[in-house]
Design a protein. Structure first.
Length: 450
């Protein structure tokens, strides 16, 4: 272990946040940017507001990016050069982890030992880097997976590629090494325990939040005027990356089914898709437009690029229903954002969406992948939209990023205290692990209302 020149406080002063494959500065809804990017931005800003500085390390994807960017007061994004700037897919990044790790360790080496008090890694690639930084710096590693290969592979969309074995092994290694594993929901925590052998005592449930100041109810008519939407339109909204996992095709098929059942709806029905091709969706970037033509609804579907949060909130307000038909979601921040704006949600009854949407109160959860079932669910939401809108606002209000950060700071502190106790007893911190006792996984922090 490296010698320390100053005593550590259990409450961290500075966090090294690792986001190797995607930058918090990227626009969510395209490329590899999505809910994880939102999570890192919101958590980092709130940690900094509490006096906890955050350095976010991410791989540089352009030679024009400055090495260091102040994202907000107290939050610094550090662009790491690792491999070619452009044209490097996420599946090719494992070969660049040595370069990323070297850059992270070199940054810390420029300061007095003990510069960082905790490492928080996001996604398995970052966990590999964090594992080495943890051992070098003798600080706790907190890891948030965001998605899990074994879970994703069990719910693949037709024609989608499974996650490679190398990722599965990498995730297993990070799960074994991390001092704390942060799951978005109790369901995800059980998946970590059951599929990856995670220690329940190190596996914590910390639900994500939603920015309740930005995503708020508003004047739906005014939002529609701003977006050029007819006041009497029936608007179905999809927000997210356009790829098989997110299943926007299911929404188009459900819309076509609604028209088949009620042809008179054609003059009013509109489907808005806000996002860009991503992942395997890049292999056929016009496939969704072609599907709309095949279904006979190209004039009803409006494809829009990803937008900043303020304009995105207007899209939520303008919609009658937000639809989240993903094959799997570790949480589903889009569903929470829509509900915070007073828009009820129809979502797949999978993964974290079971927590993000309160079935029958803030929206409807749909079992299975039948477009007819989605059409029925959408019609049921439209029939009682006002009641579900009120329920959506209440449900979203039980989530906040402040509560998320409360729980994360508690996790950082507990892990640091555990490591300090291990060092004091003469047991190497990297070897200190609670005994594995399988049992119920308890949430850290306040329970989420159900």
């Amino acid at each position: 272990m490296a010698a320390r020149r100053r005593p550590r406080s259990a409450v961290p002063r500075r966090v090294a946040t690792l986001s190797v494959h995607t930058s918090p500065l990227d626009q969510p809804g395209a490329g590899d940017a999505g809910g994880m990017n939102v999570y890192i931005v919101e958590v980092s800003r709130r940690l900094a507001a509490r006096g906890i500085a955050v350095d976010v390390f991410t791989r540089a994807t352009s030679s024009e990016l400055p090495p260091v960017v102040e994202m907000s007061p107290g939050v610094t994004v550090r662009h790491v050069s690792a491999g070619p700037f452009e044209g490097l897919g996420k599946e090719e990044l494992p070969a660049q982890l040595c370069a990323v790790t070297a850059a992270v360790l070199r940054e810390e080496a420029q300061h007095e030992p003990g510069h960082y008090d905790v490492v928080h890694s996001h996604y398995w690639l970052s966990g590999q880097v964090g594992w080495l930084a943890r051992d070098r710096w003798s600080v706790p590693l907190i890891h948030t997976a965001h998605t899990l290969a074994k879970v994703k592979n069990a719910a693949l969309a037709t024609g989608d590629r499974p996650e490679p074995r190398a990722r599965v092994i990498g995730e297993e290694q990070v799960v074994a090494e991390a001092d704390r594993l942060v799951a978005n929901t109790a369901d995800e925590a059980r998946q970590l325990v059951d599929h990856y052998g995670a220690d329940p005592r190190r596996t914590l449930v910390v639900p994500p939040g939603v920015d309740l100041d930005r995503f708020t109810p508003g004047d739906r008519a005014a939002a529609r005027r701003r977006l050029g939407v007819a006041e009497d339109a029936v608007v179905l909204l999809f927000v997210g990356r356009i790829q098989p996992l997110k299943a926007p095709d299911l929404l188009l098929e459900a819309a076509a089914r609604m028209l088949a059942d009620d042809p008179g709806l054609r003059d009013r029905l509109r489907v808005h898709v806000v996002g860009a091709p991503s992942g395997t969706g890049l292999e056929a970037p016009r496939q969704l437009e072609q599907l709309a033509a095949q279904l006979g609804i190209p004039d009803l579907v409006r494809f829009l690029p990803p937008v900043h949060a303020e304009l995105l909130a207007e899209h939520y307000r303008a919609a009658d229903v937000a639809v989240v038909p993903s094959h799997n979601e570790s949480f589903g921040l889009v569903a929470l954002e829509a509900q915070a704006c007073g828009t009820p949600v129809v979502a797949a009854a999978v993964g974290g969406l079971r927590t993000a949407v309160r079935d029958g109160v803030s929206g409807v959860l749909v079992e299975g992948r039948d477009p007819a079932d989605y059409a029925t669910a959408i019609r049921s939401v439209l029939a009682r939209r006002e009641l579900l809108s009120a329920g959506a606002r209440r449900h979203a209000g039980s989530f906040s990023w402040e509560r998320t950060v409360d729980s994360l700071v508690s996790a950082y502190t507990a892990a640091a205290e555990e490591m300090a106790a291990a060092a004091g007893s003469g047991v190497a911190g990297t070897l200190m692990r609670p005994p594995r006792v399988l049992g119920a996984v308890r949430p850290l922090g306040a329970q989420v209302a159900r």
